[in-house]
Design a protein around this ligand. Structure first.
Ligand code: NAP
Length: 320
């Protein structure tokens, strides 16, 4: 038996990554689509093979009223996540929610609490957790094979063509580069460092908004300090494009990841200048597979709602 999964939103991540990934997830079936536009929903449903008898919706209520729909992936602008995820949970559907999970701490907490109350699974879509190279580093680090971590930094940027994207504006977004990619870096650093270094105890950021002069970060420099004293830095930007880097400095190892922060599961990694072999696997397949396995009771959710709430809290501190 397959779990019937609906997708809310027909944009870039849904079309390029999530719906295609579903084809490779065992035990999952793309079922139905919710869009603001019926033709867009129908075309998306046809292109990706959504199988519900009525597979295209423009009303959240009718989309969620389908008793055969069991789980929902929310892939809409950040400011819409709370209303849609909470409605899905209230309708008894499991939720895989794109990052960042909300634009306010209150909304993030409300989503998490509703999913707990309704006893539905909630996963937050930090796909870098399924990058095979990152998984190997985490395993070695957490097994003590790299020595104690002393410092880490992540840099991920892209150059936006203009400021027309919703992330640049207050109506549907709360951060720009920090929401596009910085939130992934926060998750990556907490995943890597917390087992040895404890929680983040301080987080602060410097934001540059000077090119477009809008409300949200264009370039951000964020520093987090962990309980046991380790410091980690994040740089994000939407006004220049640089190769992505994740660097981790431990007592016994220097780990350099080049171009692993991205959608592909690729890039290169060295540990003490020696290349690290890892399989190139689509991380979105792993992410959706974990969600399905958790619904079936065969796995725990790797990035549960509480992690998403904490991430939003840190983004807010970084952009105060
Ligand atoms: N994990 C990752 O690697 C990753 C990568 C990119 C994005 N994301 C996350 O996924 C979510 C969607 O991002 P995206 O880049 O896919 O955005 P996008 O390309 O702008 O797509 C968002 C979709 O949401 C729907 N939508 C509903 N109401 C909307 C409104 N008022 N304005 C604009 N769109 C609206 C639209 O579909 P309809 O027109 O069909 O209604 C739109 O295509 C965000 O939370 C983002 O942070 C995650």
């Amino acid at each position: 038996m397959s779990i019937n999964v609906g997708i809310i939103g027909t944009g870039r991540i849904a079309d390029m990554q999530l719906a295609p990934a579903m084809q490779h997830v065992s035990g999952a079936r793309l079922w139905s689509i919710l869009s603001r536009d019926n033709q867009r929903a129908a075309e998306f449903a046809r292109r990706h093979g959504a199988q519900a008898p009525v597979n295209a919706h423009t009303s959240l209520a009718s989309f969620l009223a389908d008793p055969s729909l069991e789980a929902v992936i929310v892939a809409t602008p950040d400011g819409l996540h709370a209303q849609q995820a909470i409605a899905a949970a209230r309708a008894g559907k499991h939720v895989l929610l794109e990052k960042p999970m909300a634009t306010t701490l209150e909304d993030a907490r409300a989503i998490n609490e509703t999913c707990t109350e309704e006893r539905v699974k909630l996963g937050i879509a930090y796909h870098l957790r399924w990058h095979k190279g990152h998984q190997r580093i985490a395993e070695m680090l957490h097994d003590g094979k790299l020595g104690h971590p002393r410092y880490a930094r992540a840099m991920w940027t892209w150059k936006a063509d203009d400021n027309s994207n919703w992330r640049a504006h207050q109506e549907l977004g709360r951060w720009w580069g920090l929401a596009g990619v910085g939130t992934h870096c926060v998750d990556l650093l907490r995943w890597m460092l917390m087992p040895q270094c404890g929680e983040v105890t301080r987080c602060s950021g410097m934001l540059d908004k000077s090119q477009y002069g809008g409300p949200h970060d264009e370039t951000a420099s964020v520093t987090m300090q962990f309980e046991k004293g380790v410091v980690a830095d994040i740089t994000t930007s939407v006004v220049f494009s640089a190769p992505s880097r994740f660097e981790l400095y431990c007592d016994d190892a220097t780990v350099i990841c080049e171009n692993t922060l991205g959608p592909t599961g690729g890039g290169s990694i060295s540990i003490n200048n020696a290349p690290l072999d890892f399989e190139f696997e689509n991380p979105y397949v792993g992410e959706v597979q974990n969600f399905i396995d958790a619904i079936e009771g065969n796995a725990r959710i790797v990035v549960p709602g509480a992690e998403g709430v904490r991430n939003v809290e840190l983004l807010l501190q970084a952009s105060e």
